[in-house]
Write a protein that binds this ligand. Structure first.
Ligand SMILES: [Zn+2]
Length: 255
């Protein structure tokens, strides 16, 4: 079996660790584009995406807490209050740093918060930090076995406010990057596309499914903008967050 066909991310968890989170400015209002369409459903490649399909997608990846154990972790909004420093360590493949920088620039634009690489790991703050480590594939095999995890992401925070994330990426599967970054942003779930919603593509779809993409899709962009919209807040309960998302996505852009 192809080892990546069974890739799963390690459970993303919200720890009960205490720690003062510095108060910051509210996220900038950057989601105008979401509501700026002329109304009606979005369309892509001849497919029509209804707002309720977008809501279902957002709910699955941001709020449902699909990973076991079920019901243990709260269904609420998890997100950063930046700026967030990103460090990169390990044997870094050629071009990977530049690719990371492009993804961080996109994320900064969509969230209204600064996500950028720190000059050096030693100087980076311990909090408000995403650490990315490139791991030799042999080490991943040793740890998780054949067919096991090839990339992992774990987030830590308090009351929905993320303060640390750790990403590990096998040097053989560096195309995990955007998938793991999305976990780090606060999306704990995966996109388990059903027939009803099969026009929605995402980096968070399972690697062995047709919905999987390696680079952020427009649907991922919408989900990120929605999670970081000014009307949502860290720790907001799922039902409240869904109500806000319905307002935001009432007139989704044409895709
Ligand atoms: Zn994952």
């Amino acid at each position: 079996m192809h080892p990546a066909s069974r890739v799963k991310c390690r459970m993303v968890r919200m720890s009960g660790r205490t720690g003062r989170i510095a108060a910051g400015l509210s996220p900038l209002f950057l989601v105008a584009a979401i509501g700026a369409g002329s109304g009606g459903a979005g369309a892509t490649g001849g497919h029509t995406i209804r707002p309720d399909a977008l809501i279902y997608f957002f709910d699955q990846i941001a709020l449902r807490q699909q990973e076991p154990p079920p019901g243990v972790r709260p269904k609420w909004v998890r997100r950063w209050n930046g700026p967030v420093a990103v460090t990169l360590s390990g044997e870094i493949p050629a071009g990977f740093g530049a690719r990371l920088d492009r993804s961080l620039a996109d994320i900064s634009r969509w969230t209204g918060q600064r996500f950028a690489r720190a000059a050096g790991a030693a100087k980076a703050p311990r909090r408000k930090r995403i650490s990315i480590r490139i791991v030799p594939h042999a080490a991943m095999l040793q740890r998780y076995g054949p067919g096991g995890h090839v990339c992992t992401a774990a987030t830590f925070g308090w009351n929905g406010r993320l303060h640390t994330a750790r990403i590990e990426i096998s040097d053989r599967y560096t195309d995990c990057l955007d998938h793991e970054l999305m976990h780090a942003l606060g999306f704990d779930g995966h996109w388990l596309a059903s027939n009803r919603d099969n026009a929605i593509r995402s980096v968070l779809a399972r690697r062995d499914t047709p919905a999987r993409r390696l680079r952020f899709t427009r649907f991922d962009t919408i989900a990120i903008r929605t999670l970081y919209h000014q009307t949502l807040a860290p720790g907001m309960a799922r039902e409240n967050a869904l109500a806000q998302a319905r307002r935001i996505l009432k007139s989704p852009p044409r895709l």
